[in-house]
Design a protein. Structure first.
Length: 384
């Protein structure tokens, strides 16, 4: 059944660049001189207005709408589950359409409302290859990279559910003064974004496009575990804000927490950071540091951290460890976290402690994990 669905699925338009969209229009016989204009119209409907059906694209001729409908897909991935935390954090589990093998993978997306902003945390891969020992996603085998369309679709689904489209904002008495529910996007969900570089770059281009979703690149943050050679390239080609999951101040400890450190040790990652284009005091790199009791949370660590960051416009985000079933670590005590923050702060670096959000629905940092793997195993059993 899934196999049939996958072979008969129409190609999607979500996630195509403008030139790709124009090429797609050639397939439905839009004359060359009209393609730019038509692509512009469709882009506006998809990313500014958020329509999910060609029938709603009222400035496109009926005949063309019909052909588009027959040929292309602009539907959203299915929302398999939706949870809302006591603190207002929302989490969606998206079930992707069947891939070539007929498997339907799942990814999680999280919305974190705050006083002055609303942050959407999106995923770049199904699962992850990095196996960081404190991260729940790391216990899930990598299933695959997400396509640009699948990355952008996470934003679209969240906008649908939040009512974050102009028509709905205009009618929403509770809408924030900024005129949008999603003000920031962080690539901090499942996966390592720099290991899915091209698709992430295409998705960022669409999310930041001024005629669509229109989120400034200054409000998009890419978080990496430290794929050193790709860090300057990310700055040059994506121009987003950068976050580094540092988490330790010696290679010995970081090797254990973030196994990627054996390939790209601390000094190499920090050197790449120094070469990140556009760095300034107004544009700092965020260093994420998970607080693990007795592992990386001493005053000596805090002092070493300050030494490592010397010369890099930086701020430090301290993340209390979020536990998950069977996790091998504990969160540092509150006084320990405060002492650590104090040392970093006195050295001149902002060092906010990230308040855990959505822990009750397993939506906090490092708690995301989809059932893709399990589901596949059970599917295999069923077939056998
Ligand atoms: N692969 C990228 C994107 C994931 S971002 C990266 O490593 O940066 C998710 C952030 O949450 C990372 O900083 C990650 O190290 C952190 N994290 C993972 N597990 C966590 C946990 N259990 N508690 C707190 N933070 C965690």
């Amino acid at each position: 059944m899934n196999i049939i669905a996958s072979t008969t699925r129409k190609p999607g338009l979500i996630g195509l660049s403008r030139p790709e969209l124009m090429t797609a229009l050639a397939l439905v016989d839009v004359p060359e001189r009209q393609r730019r204009m038509r692509a512009q119209q469709i882009w506006h409907w998809l990313y500014h207005r958020g329509v999910t059906s060609f029938a709603d694209m009222t400035n496109v001729s009926k005949a063309l709408r019909q052909r588009l409908e027959e040929t292309f897909d602009i539907s959203r991935p299915e929302v398999a589950a939706r949870q809302i935390s006591v603190d207002g954090t929302r989490k969606w589990l998206l079930r992707l359409p069947p891939d070539d093998t007929g498997a339907r993978h799942e990814v999680e997306v999280v919305y974190i409302p705050e006083e002055d902003r609303g942050t959407l945390c999106i995923s770049s891969q199904v699962g992850c290859t990095l196996n960081c020992t404190f991260c729940h996603t790391g216990t899930q085998r990598l299933v695959r990279n997400l396509t640009a369309g699948e990355i952008v679709s996470q934003v679209l689904v969240a906008k649908d559910d939040l009512g974050d489209w102009p028509d709905r904002i205009a009618q929403d008495p509770d809408a924030p003064a900024s005129g949008r529910w999603i003000t920031n996007v962080v690539l901090m969900g499942m996966g390592e974004p720099l290991y899915n570089f091209d698709n992430v770059r295409e998705a960022v281009a669409i999310i930041s496009d001024g005629e669509g979703i229109s989120l400034s690149r200054r409000r998009i943050t890419l978080s990496t575990a430290g794929v050193a050679p790709l860090i300057p390239k990310a700055g040059a080609e994506m121009d987003v804000m950068l976050a580094i999951s540092l988490h330790a101040t010696t290679d010995e400890v970081r090797d254990r927490l973030v196994p990627l450190n054996r390939k790209y040790p601390i000094a190499e990652v920090l050197e790449a950071c120094r070469n990140y284009p556009g760095l300034s005091n107004a544009r700092r790199i965020t260093f994420e540091y998970v607080m693990l009791k007795g592992i990386n949370d001493s005053v000596a660590d805090a002092k070493r951290l300050v030494g490592l960051l010397k010369g890099i416009p930086a701020k430090v985000n301290l993340i209390p460890f979020n536990p998950w079933p069977g996790s091998p670590y504990e969160c540092s005590d509150w006084e320990t976290i405060e002492r650590f923050a104090e040392v970093v702060n006195r050295a001149g670096y902002a060092s906010p402690v990230r308040s855990p959000r959505g822990r009750d629905i397993m939506a906090a940092c490092g708690q995301l994990k989809s059932a893709s793997e399990k589901r596949r195993a059970s599917e295999r059993r069923q077939q056998a």
